[in-house]
Design a protein around this ligand. Sequence first.
Ligand code: F6R
Length: 333
Amino acid sequence: MAVDMEREYSAWCERMRMVEFVLPPSYTYRGREYRFVRPSRVLVSGMGGSGIVGDIVRDTCALEGCNVDVTVVKDYRLGPLKADLAIAVSYSGNTEETVVAALDALERGIPTIAVTAGGLLSRLGVPTVTVPRAAAPRLALAQMYSAVMGVLGELGAYGLDVEKACRCMSVDAGLVGRLEELFMDGSIAVIAPTPLHGTALRVKTELNENAKRLAYVEVLPEAHHNFITAIEGERPARALVVDHGRLAEEYRARIDVTVELLEASGVEVLRVDTSRCGYVPGDVLGFLMNVGVATVRVARRLGVDPLAIRNIDRVKAHMDRVGIVRRRFPWLD
Ligand code: F6R
């Protein structure tokens, strides 16, 4: 049966409400004890549609204030990073980089929690939040976000109000239409200030995966020290500028001048104020729900299948044959 991807985005609130978890105060993994504390430094690891959860948590914490430092890890190893909590997010539970990063965190003695719908991560033997199923990992953003924020809430860092968020989350035909038109032709620059970097990245990845379109992200203020010089020579055809009423005045001023510069050089610009109701988690997820629907519609108009991710499947099959996890961690089989 064909998947109704638009319906999947619209179901985000129902799925956020279904997330349940009970965290023990401590647990043992391969003979070592891990004790949870109120976290001040959290590593959120994951790749692609699961990795973006960490970025969105970081954005919403930057704008809303969550009492924690969030570092996003999109790799096999954590490097020298220190933390008092690691949350490994993988919808399938089988993403090699995420599984290896979770084992790396455990090896370093960091209490680790899995957020997943199944797979290897769910069988690892660490506390796990099982998220409701979706037709693809990227369609499960809301429930994975709710799970990560819920964990932070359980440990006393930040309490997500799901009902309050849901009041800001619905499909807005006008916004979808404007985004759809912007996304239809040419190269797209997604521009956002640092506290909305993850949100901009999600727009790019939705364009990549759903619409099979190239896009790139530019972040302010850094883009004011390079990108704006590039547009004196070469320009993106279109730009989406992501704004929010909660941003500090320096970011608003930088957004204003960026829009002026882009428009003066002939770039078609859509500036979206994502502060629909003022509750950042709902504002951001609500905006991204509309981006999801718009990119699915663009895919249809371009005659491509928004659900299929053939090259990602191909790379995963290749890496599975290489067998990194099987060879390095034989006890997981
Ligand atoms: C597919 C998608 C991908 C996956 C990524 C990691 O919808 O969005 O970007 O999210 O390949 O896989 P998971 O999410 O299963 O860890």
